[in-house]
Design a protein around this ligand. Structure first.
Ligand code: MG
Length: 387
């Protein structure tokens, strides 16, 4: 058994929406296809992966460095010991051959896309959904169960009003979401507080509303927002300041009583380790949002979880960034606290296909083999082009 070919394609992300820092209309995603020599009912088995949402594709890194290394390797070194699946950790290590430690960045997303495609392929080889393959591999229950999910929205749209925000959140509620996340930091504090109050009015309960500053604030601004929001008792306050400024994170954690959330811009186990050691994150309280697609894939992501657990932080505190099918399967398989959803935005990757039931704030994975990316109508054209 071997991988015959690895193809990649850069896919633009749809949507003219913005958070406090970036506009997503220029963002792209790397979609990777692993073409195997295995067939089922006459059809070649192909594993698909992508590097999450909200960044950029990494065609050059994939084409010039990682894909040639994997294809040049002795195929037997890429197989799991049962010889019936591929060894995701071995493929990741092969793709990273001759790379220096540190300097995580776009490289971590390139490998994330490639490594996640291995899990999709392994699940298809077993004829089962990816959550089951992943759960079995890491020693968890393989039973089908839902993930707790929240609708991430409340972006800054050109010319948007409070009425539009209210309608947006009501729309999420009507399709089964009961918790929401809102962007802050892209408007003055007074206007953001008005947006939060508007969202709270729809959410009905502050434990169902979190806010995300996308790393925009300096310490003084972060603390000022914290003081204004503290009486509201929000679910969490996400990425108040630069994600790599652990001293700033610690200062905010010391001043702000409610949970803070961060981690989506930490791309390696050592980055996550430094956050725990120096960032003031509180066991049993704060939220960790590292995302396998941005951080070398599931192999590295599970290393991060191991580090968190060594420091008394539980899986219930983990909510991966990036509302899409791959992270749904990962959240279910690894018994994480939940995951994000982007209903209606960031197509073709965001959100879940209609086959995934969403109700009462829970989303169910489907039983189709792999991550089920083929069920996403918006994505099918791109998958077809790659195969
Ligand atoms: Mg965020």
């Amino acid at each position: 058994m071997r991988i015959l070919e690895i193809r990649e394609r850069t896919v633009p992300l749809a949507g003219n929406v913005a958070n406090a820092v970036v506009n997503f209309s220029e963002h792209t995603v790397s979609l990777v296809a692993l073409i195997s020599d295995q067939t089922v009912d006459g059809r070649t088995l192909v594993g698909f992966g992508f590097n999450s949402i909200g960044r950029f594709g990494q065609a050059g890194i994939l084409r010039e460095r990682m894909i040639p290394r994997v294809l040049a390797a002795d195929p037997s070194t890429l197989l799991a010991s049962d010889h019936r699946t591929f060894d995701a950790a071995a493929i990741a290590a092969t793709a990273m051959r001759n790379e220096k430690p540190g300097g995580h960045g776009d490289r971590a997303g390139a490998l994330g896309a490639l490594e996640l495609a291995v899990w999709d392929l392994n699940a298809k080889l077993g004829g089962e959904p990816a959550y089951r393959t992943i759960a079995r591999h890491f020693g968890h229950s393989v039973e089908r169960r839902p993930a707790t999910v929240y609708a991430a929205g409340g972006y800054y749209y050109p010319g948007a009003s409070m009425k539009r925000l209210r309608e947006e959140l009501k729309q999420y509620r009507s399709i089964g979401f009961d918790a929401f996340k809102l962007k802050i930091g892209g408007a003055p504090l007074a206007e953001d507080m008005q947006r939060i109050e508007t969202a709270l009015d729809v959410a009905g309960d502050s434990a169902r509303l979190s806010v995300d500053a996308n790393g925009r604030f300096d310490l003084d601004t972060a603390l000022e927002y914290g003081r204004a929001m503290q009486p509201l008792g929000l679910r969490w306050y996400e990425e108040p300041g630069d994600p790599l400024d652990y001293a700033l994170n610690r200062a905010i954690a010391e001043a702000y009583d409610g949970p803070i959330a961060t981690g989506e811009n930490l791309f390696s186990a050592i980055d996550a380790s430094n956050l725990v050691r120096f960032g003031g994150m509180r066991p049993g309280k704060d939220i960790f949002q590292m995302d396998a697609g941005l951080s070398y894939g599931l192999t590295e992501y599970t290393r991060m979880i191991g580090i968190l657990e060594q420091h008394g932080i539980t899986r219930a505190q983990c909510f991966p960034h990036g509302g899409h099918l791959i992270n749904l399967h990962i959240a279910v398989a690894l018994d994480l606290g939940g995951c994000e959803a982007y209903p209606g935005v960031f197509q073709p990757f965001g959100g879940y296909p209609p086959e995934c039931d969403v109700a009462d704030g829970l989303v169910w994975p489907t039983e189709v083999p792999g991550f089920g990316l083929e069920l996403k109508r918006e994505l099918r054209t791109h998958l077809d082009i790659l195969t």
